[in-house]
Design a protein around this ligand. Structure first.
Ligand code: ZN
Length: 121
């Protein structure tokens, strides 16, 4: 059984879905932002540079946003399969408050801290 109520799950699902929308629209805005594209004149070399620069900035946005989108989709998948809110490391229930603060989290605070300590070693 689950430590989260159906209502809490619904709230968290909404939070994840609106986060997903936010990430998608911010990625689209960055792509549309004219400051990313400073194409002037018709020189072939300039054109190539602009295209490369634009490509690199798109790639950067993609990597960062995609990483978050994958986490969001994964969290939504876990909601569907009923494993959401359970620490992937120790199996402890993750408190609703922590999930609300960070809906994509997959670990309880203890395991997360242990993991961060390991990363700093
Ligand atoms: Zn844990």
């Amino acid at each position: 059984m689950h430590h989260l109520t159906e209502e809490q799950i619904t709230i968290l699902k909404q939070a994840l879905l609106s986060l997903r929308d936010k990430v998608l629209s911010s990625a689209q805005e960055q792509i549309k932002d004219p400051s990313n594209i400073t194409f002037e004149g018709g020189d072939e070399i300039d054109r190539a540079n602009v295209e490369t620069g634009r490509y690199i900035s798109l790639q950067r946005i993609k990597t960062r946003e995609l990483k978050l989108l994958r986490k969001i989709d994964y969290a939504l998948y876990k909601i569907e399969t009923g494993t959401y809110g359970i620490c992937e490391s120790c199996g402890a229930p993750i408190p609703f408050e922590r999930l609300m603060a960070r809906p994509v989290t997959t670990m309880c605070i203890n395991c997360k801290e242990l993991e961060e300590e390991r990363e700093h070693e």
